[in-house]
Design a protein around this ligand. Structure first.
Ligand code: S3P
Length: 448
C-alpha cells in the first residue's frame, strides 16, 4: 500500500504533455506484433498495463524493444503467425490487454492461459468469450467466465455477424482481432458507437474495414479477414482520459492557467470536454491537427469560473466512460445538481466506480444519490470539506479523481493506495506537483 495525501493546491500554471493514449498504445503493440516488418511507435504509454501487453506480445513470438530515445520497435510475426506462449500471460490490472489479446489468441491454433490481478480476476469476461466461442474458440474459465482462463483458438475462425449486447470497444476489438484470421467478412454491430481506435489502426496497418452508420444510431463495422498487415509508424496521441485530471484540477483551482499539449480529440473519446464546456468551463481548443489517423489538440484551461450542474445523457457515456470519476469531482464543486445517466458499465471497471465515487464523495461531505446506473451529485457551488481517507480499490482513476478533489477541498484527502496510478499515468504526481499541486507520499496531518 502506498498512501498519498493531496491538500490545497496553489493556482496551477504551466504547460504539460499528456501521457500516451492507453487504448492506442495497446493496439499499436498488438498490430505491430502481427504485421510483417518493423513497426515504430513514438509516444507509447509506458504504464504497467501497456508494458504487460508488450510482454504478452513477446510471449506470442513478436520482438518488442524500446530504444534509448524512448521509441518502441516491434517485429511482427504476420497474421496467423503467433506462437503458443510457454507460460500463463499476466495482464495485471488491464481489461483492455486481457480482452483484446483473448481475441488474438482465439484466431490462432494455440492454447493460451490468461490471468491478472485481484481486480481483473473479478471482471466479467463472458462478454468476450461468448462471441469468440461462436467463432470456434474453446474456453475453460472460472465461474462467471472469470480469469484465470484458458483459450484454445482456431487457425481459421468462423466469420460472424455479431450485435454487441453492451456498448464496449473491448468486445468489438476482441472480435475484430480474432476475425483477422477468419476466411471471410466479420461484422460487429454496436448499438451506440464506441471508440474506434481498432478500426483506425487496422486500416493504418493495411486491413480493409468498412463502417456503416445506420439510421437507428447503431454502427456496423466489417473487417475483411486474412489481410496482410504491413508494419507502420505510429505516433500515439496524448490520452484524453489522462488529460482529464489536470483539466479538471485547473478548472477547480482559482487562478489556474494550464496548457495540456497533444491531447487526442477523437470524437468518440471527447465527451468529458463537451460536458465541461456545457457546465461553463473555460477551455479552449488550440492547434487542431491530425496524427497517424487521429485528431489531436492542445487544451488551454483557465480556472475559477463557476461551473453549473447539468444532466449528462446516457447516450454520451461511451465517449466519456472512463471520465465519470473525475467529472463527479467537478460536479461536487459546481453550483446545482448534476445528473449522470447510463452508468451501468461503471460497476464492472477496475472497481465498482459508481459505488466508489458515491461513497468517497459522501465521505468528503458531498450530497449524492446513487442509483443502479445513475449518480446525482448535489454541488454546493464551492469545494467540499474533504478530510476523508479514500479506498482506491486497485483503481487508478478513483485514486487520481480524489487526489484532484483534495487540491481544492478544505481538508486534505488521503488516498489509501496510490500504486494503481502507475497502470495508466506513472507521471501523475510529478506532473500535478509541477503545475502547483501539493500531493505527497504518506498520510499527512491536517493543516492547522
Ligand atoms: C477501452 C474500452 C473501454 C474503456 C477502457 C479502454 C479500450 O472499456 O473503459 O478503459 O481500449 O477499448 P469497455 O470496452 O469495457 O467499455
Amino acid at each position: 500500500m502506498q498512501p498519498l495525501t493531496s491538500r490545497r493546491a496553489d493556482a496551477l500554471s504551466g504547460s504539460v504533455t499528456a501521457p500516451g493514449d492507453k487504448s492506442i498504445s495497446h493496439r499499436a503493440l498488438m498490430l505491430g506484433g502481427l504485421a510483417i516488418g518493423e513497426t515504430t511507435i513514438y509516444g507509447l504509454l509506458e504504464g504497467e498495463d501497456v508494458l504487460n501487453t508488450g510482454k504478452a506480445m513477446q510471449a506470442f513470438g513478436a520482438s518488442v524493444r524500446r530504444d534509448e530515445d524512448g521509441v518502441w520497435h516491434v517485429q511482427g510475426v504476420g497474421v496467423g503467425g503467433l506462437a503458443e506462449p510457454a507460460d500463463m500471460l499476466d495482464l495485471g490490472n488491464s481489461g483492455t490487454g486481457a480482452r483484446l489479446l483473448m481475441g488474438l489468441a482465439a484466431g490462432h491454433p494455440i492454447t493460451t492461459f490468461f490471468t491478472g490481478d485481484a481486480s481483473l480476476r473479478r471482471r466479467p469476461m463472458a462478454r468476450v468469450t461468448n462471441p469468440l466461442a461462436e467463432m470456434g474458440a474453446r474456453f475453460v474459465a472460472r465461474e462467471g467466465g472469470r480469469l484465470p482462463l484458458a483459450v484454445t483458438g482456431s487457425a481459421t475462425p468462423m466469420p460472424i455477424d455479431y450485435t454487441l449486447p453492451v456498448a464496449s470497444a473491448q468486445v468489438k476489438s476482441a472480435i475484430l482481432l480474432a476475425a483477422l484470421t477468419a476466411p471471410g467478412e466479420t461484422t460487429v454491430v454496436e448499438p451506440q458507437p464506441t471508440r474506434d481506435h481498432s478500426e483506425r489502426m487496422l486500416t493504418h496497418f493495411g486491413a480493409t474495414v468498412r463502417v456503416e452508420d445506420r439510421a437507428d444510431g447503431s454502427r456496423a463495422v466489417t473487417l475483411v479477414g486474412q489481410p496482410e498487415l504491413v508494419a507502420a509508424v505510429v505516433r500515439v496521441p496524448g490520452d484524453p482520459s489522462s488529460a482529464a485530471f489536470p483539466t479538471v484540477a485547473a478548472l477547480l483551482v482559482p487562478g489556474s492557467d494550464v496548457t495540456i499539449r497533444n491531447v487526442g480529440a477523437n470524437p468518440l473519446r471527447f465527451g468529458l470536454f463537451e460536458t465541461l464546456l456545457e457546465m461553463g468551463a473555460d477551455i479552449t481548443l488550440e492547434n487542431r491537427r491530425e496524427e497517424a489517423g487521429e485528431p489531436v489538440v492542445d487544451l488551454r484551461v483557465r480556472g475559477g469560473k463557476p461551473l453549473k450542474g447539468i444532466t449528462v445523457p446516457a447516450g454520451r457515456s461511451p465517449s466519456m466512460i472512463d471520465e465519470y470519476p473525475v467529472l463527479a469531482m467537478a460536479a461536487a464543486c459546481a453550483e446545482g445538481t448534476t445528473i449522470l445517466e447510463g452508468l451501468a458499465e461503471l460497476r464492472v471497471k477496475e472497481s465498482d466506480r459508481l459505488g466508489a465515487v458515491a461513497r468517497g464523495l459522501a465521505a468528503c461531505g458531498v450530497a449524492v444519490d446513487e442509483g443502479a446506473d445513475r449518480l446525482v451529485v448535489h454541488g454546493a457551488g464551492c469545494p467540499p470539506v474533504g478530510g476523508a481517507v479514500i479506498a482506491s480499490g486497485l483503481d487508478h482513476r478513483i485514486a487520481m479523481a480524489f487526489a484532484v478533489l483534495g487540491m481544492v477541498s478544505d481538508k486534505p484527502i488521503v488516498i489509501d493506495d496510490a500504486e494503481p496510478i502507475a497502470t495508466s499515468f506513472p507521471s501523475f504526481v510529478a506532473m500535478m506537483n509541477g503545475l502547483g499541486a501539493h500531493i505527497v507520499e504518506g498520510i499527512e496531518e491536517e493543516e492547522a
